[in-house]
Design a binder for this molecule. Structure first.
Ligand code: NAD
Length: 332
């Protein structure tokens, strides 16, 4: 099977591609290796993927229509796992254009590529952020999601609508993946676990937003990869006949841990693992942030027979072990 994974230099894309390669699949990777965070981390991830003979990589921007059309025609992938995007809620307040370029125009080029080459299943990254300030917990895929708190969330919701439309018009089987705060080895330097670890080790202040009352359904990377892996081989079927009259073969699924944790508890587990207290600076909630996330994973379980299961203590411990090994004494 030929699989295109976009965002292969990124955190989730790297892990997904590695798992596929270890299973003997042929993987075509695409990433523009932008400098949103340390490009050395991206280069290192790619170096590890290049150790596999069946890995082929294109440094390309998904926002470049001509390049993407050409790539799809050349590769003609059976499956597409689309993870390239401008991530990050807070950065979307500072740099909104990066989000429309990569997450809207870029996503359209992925959909067009799928349409033109008859891809059998498109899986694409959405986000728990589409739930906005939803008060009904846990978050279910059937909850209304009309009030995004950030432009980032709005682009992810737009992706779901765009994918639905292409699925409706052209019958493209598509699955939107609402990830919930993914963490683990090789994780993103802009995310809490990484910034907290770095600050604690350096003896620098740790900024604890929403005075530590924030609640997040932290989801371990291996569980996310397992969920994607199981979903990849399946494909949503149109219901009640083929589109445009039947329901299009499009679905949206949460991939979360269903075990939300308060930020203060998260920090305490990390302090214990590092055997060092944090220099805590309590701050108000930041614009764009939501107070709580909590995934219902019943739909994921019904579809795949799998629920994420890694306890937060185990996941944090594995991250810290990786971090200390990766940075050695430098503690970047
Ligand atoms: P990441 O930033 O580590 O990976 C994204 C990759 O996409 C990066 O390597 C980047 O260089 C690449 N990229 C960005 N714009 C591009 C473009 N225009 N062309 C080509 N490549 C481009 O982020 P991640 O944490 O691995 O996230 C993967 C996906 O999952 C993203 O769509 C993100 O929005 C979504 N997501 C992540 C989380 C999480 O907790 N990590 C939560 C919800 C959703």
């Amino acid at each position: 099977m030929s699989i295109l994974v976009t965002g292969t230099a990124g955190f989730i894309g790297f892990h997904v591609a590695k798992r596929l390669l270890e299973g003997g699949e042929v993987v075509w990777g695409v990433d523009n290796c932008n400098d949103y965070y340390d490009p050395r981390l991206k280069a290192k991830r790619l170096e590890m993927l290049h150790a596999f003979e069946q890995f082929h990589f294109y440094k390309a921007d998904i926002a470049d229509q001509t390049t993407m059309d050409g790539l799809f025609r050349k590769i003609r992938p059976e499956r597409v796992i689309h993870l390239a995007a401008q991530a990050g809620v807070r950065y979307s307040l500072e740099n909104p254009h990066a989000y429309t370029t990569s997450n809207i125009a870029g996503f359209l080029h992925i959909l067009e590529g799928c349409r033109q080459t008859g891809v059998k299943h498109l899986l694409y990254a959405s986000s728990s952020s589409v739930y906005g300030g939803n008060k009904k917990l846990p978050f279910c895929e059937t909850d209304p999601v009309d009030e995004p708190n950030s432009l980032y969330a709005a682009t992810k919701k737009a992706n779901e609508l765009m994918a639905y439309t292409y699925s409706h018009l052209y019958g493209i089987p598509a699955t939107g993946l609402r990830f919930f705060t993914v963490y683990g080895p090789w994780g993103r330097p802009d995310m809490a676990l990484y910034t907290f670890t770095r600050a604690i080790l350096a003896g620098e202040p740790v900024r604890v937003f929403n005075h530590g009352k924030m609640i997040r359904d932290f989801t371990y990377i291996d569980d996310v990869v397992e969920g994607i892996h199981r979903l990849m081989g399946r494909q949503p079927e149109p219901q009640d006949g083929k589109p445009p009259h039947g329901k299009p073969p499009h679905q949206v699924l949460n991939i979360g841990n269903h075990q939300p944790v308060e930020l203060l508890q998260f920090l305490a587990i990390l302090e214990q693992k590092l055997n060092k207290p944090a220099n805590r600076h309590y701050m108000p909630i930041q614009p764009g942030d939501v107070p709580a996330t909590f995934a219902s994973v019943d739909a994921l379980y019904a579809e795949t027979g799998f629920r994420p299961q890694t306890p937060i203590e185990v996941g944090i411990s594995r991250f810290v072990d990786w971090y200390l090994h990766y940075y050695g004494d430098a503690h970047a």
